[in-house]
Design a protein around this ligand. Sequence first.
Ligand SMILES: *Cc1c(COP(=O)(O)O)cnc(C)c1O
Length: 384
Amino acid sequence: MARTQNFDTIAIHAGQDFDPTTGAVIPPIYQTSTYVQESIGLLRGGYEYSRGGNPTRTALETLLAALEGGKHGLSFASGLAAEDTILRALLAPGDHIVLGNDVYGGTHRLINKVHGAWGVRNTTVEMSDLAAVEQAIIPGKTKILWVETPSNPLMKISDISALAELGHRFGVTVIVDNTFASPALQHPLAFGADVIVHSTTKYLGGHSDVLGGALIINDDALAEKAQFLQFAAGPVSAPLDAWLTVRGIKTLSVRMDRHCSNAQAIAEHLQGHPAIDTVYYPGLPDHPGHDLAKKQMRGFGGMLSLAFAGGAPAARAFAESTHLFQLAESLGGVESLVNYPSEMTHASVRGTELEVPDNIIRLSVGIEDVADLIDDVEQALPRR
Ligand SMILES: *Cc1c(COP(=O)(O)O)cnc(C)c1O
């Protein structure tokens, strides 16, 4: 039997066969909305209309499924479009969802405001507290357990296999948002999760030049429901966007290695600095999720957060003083970014239990030279 390929090979080859008509090594961007039929209903290659399917999107979807070791990959116009699709596939009015108390702000807004208006109820809970999660589950009503690990912005680590086991005891579908780790560092399906969600806008795309989202699903019936919604509601990724995402994914693994080593170096450099109360990075041995992260991740990622001793004024001053770390939302690109969550990425959850303290700064550590990054951080900190 042929040996199954390893991740770094899959990332470059899955779904990426050369173009049979020209031999082009890179599959083309099929920038078309529709397809000529041989005769009525007789399709060449199964494609009819690009909302239903497009070869460039197929190439990305095949790749996404292979990267996560899943059966079905579906690609969307954004991470939230992917999330909305799986929520609709699983929930009906009156149903209930349990989600982490520090999920991505847009996820909370989508569940609370958009699906809430259609009668879906939710409870936010500390995902590292299994007893609290069990308490939050309403047997028969709770349909989804929504897990994000590492979480945003405090990099909390949740135990995917323990949560999957707990959810399955109550017949709950366990969804993991794997955006922060990327499939290069973490494979939630292997720990028992049912569905993986990605904002491919972040590490998978990797270059801050394209929006996208993905679902990876093993269950055939659930995948069929999500595929129907993808076609019937139309939140699909465009051909050029799918192609850019594929191009980004080819270097995912080498990028993640550098993101991890740069973030580790910066975290270690900043730990103990008098201006900083806490460095939140799972690669630090005293991070509460360090041992668990070591068990379920291949690396600790490129995201870290800092709590400033000088409160909001110190945090804001830092965010506005870096040069290489540009002040912007989003994450996961090759360039470093700094973000002030309480007024930027997490502004939508102010006044909720997901509110982020105003002395927190989040760094998306890029793949620049680490000495330059450390210099930049140093010059932005208050003098020692
Ligand atoms: C950005 C992000 C999303 C939403 O994705 P979009 O592509 O912006 O729609 C969801 N989850 C996490 C963890 C994110 O960082």
